[in-house]
Design a protein around this ligand. Structure first.
Ligand SMILES: Cc1cc2nc3c(=O)[nH]c(=O)nc-3n(C[C@H](O)[C@H](O)[C@H](O)COP(=O)(O)O)c2cc1C
Length: 346
């Protein structure tokens, strides 16, 4: 393994890249809930950065704070161009997706399928490093099963077990990535939907923990199945960081507790639900004026009352049939006036 001690600090907590979820409105609201987490964009293909409407795809407001751009690429040339073009925007780091199992992505030798071509991953990471001085990071799985998809494309169709993971990292580490975010389950490229690929292959945290134990100089962030502050704290005794995905939109108020991961915060109080809504209202007004969709703007709020009394009624008030751009602010003010005080102001 290449011994490269990156100077990039791994945040204790980050919110995973998630297509159709971690768009800039979601990230803006997440930043109201937590100042601590590194936020990620959705996966964006290098081709769409090169050929698409870049401002639409890459623009974000500085209030979002530290945001990592995640790209999907299948050639060093595309990766280089995409990273260079993203230099016009203020991302704090650029991440390469080697974990997405979807057919469309694997078919184009991107995402998890790339793990079967470790030399190519090495070349792509080198190209990314050449294009920017920003940290370059990688998100990958502990293994893949490319049966039925990668025959004829790659020699290594199945990667399973610790030795295969080490062999992948041995090559990739030569490109000196600044961090490895490891989703602690394999990706099965044929026969499982992306959703099933986040649930059916079992989680194997020990594979990630053993890696950190053996190569303590690597910056390692673990991902998959972390839902509570306690489980995150426990993982942080073994690796540098924890990335959370689904809980960030299924139970977003969890984010307000991330301050507990840092010492010296014992007297801090999390922002209340009412304060969070109030802080988001001016943003909604501004973004509606710019012509943005009210539904996209409201989507980050959907799980704010998850698990609390009144959550069903709240979700109904924010359902797409109720929400209109003319009435959304009225609805939010109504929520602040009518939800139980102990839940609004914890
Ligand atoms: C709706 C959705 C979209 C996702 N999109 C991406 C993506 O764009 N890039 C990526 O690397 N992973 C993506 N993932 C995977 C997550 O980043 C994460 O690895 C996975 O959900 C496991 O973490 P969790 O158990 O905390 O949810 C997505 C997951 C979900 C649920």
């Amino acid at each position: 393994m290449k011994k490269y001690i990156s100077e990039v600090k791994t945040p204790k907590i980050s919110i995973a890249p998630m297509v159709d979820k971690t768009h800039r409105h979601f990230r803006y609201f997440s930043r109201i809930l937590t100042k601590e987490a590194l936020l990620y964009t959705e996966m964006i293909t290098a081709q769409s950065i090169i050929n698409g409407d870049r401002d639409k795809i890459l623009y974000f407001r500085e209030e979002e704070g530290a945001v990592a751009l995640q790209i999907a690429a299948s050639t060093p040339e595309d990766a280089y161009k995409a990273v260079k073009l993203s230099e016009d925007y203020n991302y704090s780091e650029i991440n390469l997706n080697c974990g997405c199992p979807s057919d469309r992505v694997s078919g184009n030798l991107m995402g998890a399928a790339l793990m079967s071509s470790k030399d190519l991953v090495y070349e792509i990471l080198c190209a990314m490093k050449e294009a920017t001085k920003k940290p370059i990071t990688i998100k990958h799985r502990i293994g893949i099963d490319g049966t039925g998809v990668l025959e004829g494309i790659s020699d290594k169709i199945i990667m399973e077990g610790y030795d295969d993971l080490l062999s992948f990292l041995d090559t990739v580490s030569k490109a000196r990535p600044d961090r490895y975010t490891i989703h602690a389950r394999s990706a099965i490229l044929k026969g499982l939907s992306p959703k099933d690929n986040r649930e059916i292959p079992p989680l194997d945290y020990n594979m990630v923990y053993n890696l950190k134990k053996e190569f303590d100089y690597l910056n390692i962030e673990i991902n998959g199945g972390f839902k509570t502050i306690e489980s995150i704290k426990d993982a942080l005794t073994k690796v540098d960081g924890v990335m959370i995905g689904r809980p960030a939109y299924e139970n977003c108020y969890l984010l307000t507790n991330f301050y507990k991961l840092y010492e010296g915060n014992e007297n801090k109080k999390p922002i209340s639900r009412a304060e969070a809504i109030k802080a988001y209202i001016p943003y909604i007004i501004e973004e509606l004026e710019k012509g943005n969709s009210v539904h996209a703007l409201v989507s980050p709020l959907q799980s704010l009352f998850q698990g609390q009394k009144g959550s069903k009624k709240y979700k109904q008030l924010l359902s797409s049939s109720n929400v209109k751009k003319e009435t959304i602010i009225q609805i939010l003010n109504h929520i602040i006036e009518t939800m139980p005080e102990n839940i609004l102001y914890n």
